[in-house]
Design a protein around this ligand. Sequence first.
Ligand code: GLU
Length: 448
Amino acid sequence: MSIRTRFAPSPTGLLHVGNARAALFCFLFARKQGGEFLLRLDDTDTERSTQEFADAICADLDWLGLSADETARQSNRFARYDEVFEQLVAQGHIYACYETPDELDRKRKRQLARGNPPVYDRAALALTPDDKAALEAEGRAAHWRFKLSGEQVVWHDLVRGEQAIDTASVSDPVVRRADGTWLYTLPSVVDDLDMNISHVIRGEDHVTNTAAQVELIAALGGTQPVFAHFSLMLGADGSNLSKRLGSLSLKELREAGLEPISLNAHIARLGTADPIVPAQNMGEVIEGFDIDRLGRAPARFDAEDVKRLNARILHEMPYDTVADRLQEIGAPAQAAFWEAMRGNIDTFADMKSILTLIHGPVTPVIAPEDADYIAEAQAALPDAPFDLESWSVWTGQLKEVSGRKGRALFMPLRLALTGQPHGPEMQHLLYHIGYDETAARLAAGRKE
Ligand code: GLU
């Protein structure tokens, strides 16, 4: 069987980390087995779906590195859904109903009052052609339900194990509204079949839908895909993610300066018993992914954890991975420089502050009691041009002439050159600050 998965978001909003998890699982599962990953935009709701959200979804997936092998849009496939619909109506799998929302609501309330589950009573199945004509003459338009078998649907779920849903306990799902628009069930099944989806990997909020979908697949004579329903993601405080969309949208996380690999490495392992490790590339995330490791308990997402992982990943990131980005921000194009600096940053954007230490402007800080020492330092400056030895030559000489050592020897130099008591190794900073600028900062600091 060739492996094909799909991520099927509705372009009615921005993706949040929960959606990213669905996309990532589909991507990793396919890639790990040399299969294909499809993006399907579920845009049957033409009023709420927008091109802006579709573009934002593609931009987010690009950023995450989850490139799709194919992209489909449900709004391009209405004719196909019509065709399948006509076939299922002709075969008696789909039937017309005429109840108004109010009438359905009253039915449900009566059932509940009698202690019965609020399952649709299929009254519409008893309507004769004359009844229907009379209802239509009243101005009512039909909406359409798929007739479930009333039997048990069982499947082996890759995450949840054996699943059994009694379709007698579920209402026949409405597949098409009175205005002709589609609900999610039928287009999704038709697409999964037409696009040869082998594995449907999605959140557990779709488990109940799966029973109806399995029966719809059977009605269409299709082959049932393998299902995997993973547990939902909650916020760190146990809150529902969809209520906190703003703070946990991918856009927000991207703007916070997180590396996409950090998010991928984090959410690929969230909800498993495996440790979260600082992967450096998607190959490692793919390699370390195993859908069997997903547990059934909800996964808790804490953006602070991703920030910490982001820093760990940057601290080990090879120069080649960032060489282009370093060049873009005008950083020295040297592996040794990056390797000396990377331990000081939490996000890549922090490199800009390091470059400011090199190129300025900085405000040198010289304590009055260090003024003489800084004068000695000025006099002892090694010759231009500086190299990576200059710092030890300089401080070695200063040690002798001043009799200072340790913190008393180094800290006044750091403060005079960077204006800050902490920061990256002075050996590298001094080299890149260079002779002229170093001399200027020492002189400027002393004048104040
Ligand atoms: N458009 C559906 C959703 O966003 C897709 C669910 C599925 O994967 O089947 O929930």
